[in-house]
Write a protein that binds this ligand. Structure first.
Ligand SMILES: *Cc1c(COP(=O)(O)O)cnc(C)c1O
Length: 416
């Protein structure tokens, strides 16, 4: 779908000119397309139509209330990794009964909140967590529904920081230990075994790692059945990649077909936790060129967005396409697109050929996932505004932070 397209030589989100958005709401500014978000969710779900399934949007990829609310209305569940995300889902009108709770460090307080809310399932990541969850549930007189997150030890062939399914990382329980821990869980008074879970990483652009992981999960499900533990759902996590430049991630339909084929006629619900694939290409970050700074070796375009607004380039050396919002019919120059933050790692793009003047507006593409959600106030920079476009309407869904708010919770130490 062409969500962000040039019309009359100005980049639009649906029917709204991006220049209009910064005029109204300032820069930098995140912009999302409601149609692109809805279509991504609908397309992902379509592959599992008339199959017993639940799509749990991974909240950490973009926790905006407006986005959670939109997905909730479309029937989504949610994958959360903290008590804060649970509160957001509830505030956004999400259904706690469709929430799965992942994460290696759940506190007792977070467990209580999730049990109170009546979530769908805890994705338990260690034997110790299981013991704590059983204790917390017993104290509350509740039964905790669980899956064990198993680490299938498959190589997701993605960036090491976002690969989670190999033995040497902190996530899940070792595949070899899983059966044993399930047998322990089966003995616990306040634990109910509901599923098996895995999540092998993010920005995965091939089908094979998903299939390999699913094979291992199915072998475990069979071993559990031999031990009289019947599984009601299999959670295959998230991780489907998107196209940032020239990647060719699996199509949703191909992914769904492969997963359904592998499942065969087993009577279990399939749960998925996509994040990036639903929001990544539905958002852009708008930023204004403050200065053009030619130097002996490089031409810098210094823009008003920085690594605190979009961390992925600095953190993973990630590539984001950068487009002029109103392209000039002039000779392009090779630019380093950098922010004002005092770090040499503060870049948004290297080697970009663009025709620019100071004051021009740029769109950092594919910024809908892990953009705003990983932003910070580094350098005491207020976080950007967020806008959702719906046809020819635009809605401010998050106000730009005020500088005074950034230190409102701080105080100096009195003299004594
Ligand atoms: C981050 C995460 C996801 C979402 O990953 P995407 O690559 O954005 O789809 C899903 N499940 C778990 C447990 C995660 O940590």
């Amino acid at each position: 779908m062409n969500t962000f397209t040039l019309k009359n030589n100005v980049l639009h989100a649906e029917n709204v000119a991006l220049t209009q958005i910064t005029e109204n709401f300032g820069s930098p500014c995140y912009v999302y397309s409601k149609a692109a978000l809805s279509q991504a969710f609908e397309r992902f779900s379509a592959g599992f139509k008339d199959a017993n399934h639940l799509v749990c949007f991974a909240v950490k990829s973009n926790p905006s209330l407006a986005i959670l609310n939109l997905f909730a209305k479309l029937g989504a569940g949610f994958d959360i990794v903290s008590g804060g995300e649970l509160a957001r889902v509830i505030a956004a009108g999400g259904d706690p009964k469709k929430v799965v709770f992942s994460g290696v460090g759940k506190t007792a307080e977070e467990m209580r909140a999730a049990l109170e809310a009546g979530i769908f399932c805890f994705n338990v990541e260690s034997a110790s967590e299981l013991i704590r969850l059983n204790d917390v549930a017993a104290y509350m007189g509740k039964i905790a529904p669980v899956s064990l997150r198993v680490n299938p030890n498959v190589d997701a062939k993605t960036h090491p920081y976002i690969s989670t399914g190999l033995k040497n990382n902190k996530f899940g329980v070792a595949y070899e230990d899983a059966l044993d821990i399930y047998l322990q869980a089966a003995e616990m008074s306040n634990i109910a075994i509901h599923g098996v879970d895995c999540h092998i990483g993010s920005q995965i652009t091939e089908l094979s790692p998903f299939l390999d992981a699913f094979d291992r999960v199915l072998a475990l499900v069979d071993a559990l059945a031999e031990n009289n533990i019947q599984i009601q759902h299999i959670d295959l996590g998230g991780g489907i990649g998107i196209c940032y430049s020239d990647e060719t991630p699996p199509e949703f339909t191909a992914y769904a077909k492969a997963m359904r084929e592998k499942l065969g006629n087993r009577d279990v619900k399939l749960v998925f936790e996509p994040g990036r694939a639903l929001v990544g290409n539905a958002g852009v970050l708008l930023t204004k060129v403050e200065y053009l700074k030619p130097t002996e070796s490089k031409n810098f375009a210094i823009v008003d967005a920085a690594m605190n607004d979009l961390m992925r380039p600095a953190l993973y050396d990630a590539y984001h396409d950068i487009q002029a919002v109103a392209p000039r019919n002039e000779a392009a120059v090779n630019y380093e697109i950098v922010g004002p933050v005092c770090e040499s790692g503060d870049f948004l793009g290297h080697d970009r050929n663009l025709a620019l003047q100071e004051g021009d507006l740029l769109a950092i593409m594919s910024a809908g996932a892990y953009g705003m959600s990983m932003s910070s106030n580094y350098n005491t920079r207020p976080r950007a505004a967020e806008v959702m476009v719906d046809g020819d309407q635009c809605h401010l869904i998050k106000k730009r932070e005020l500088i005074a708010d950034l230190f409102a919770n701080e105080s100096t130490v009195p003299n004594s």
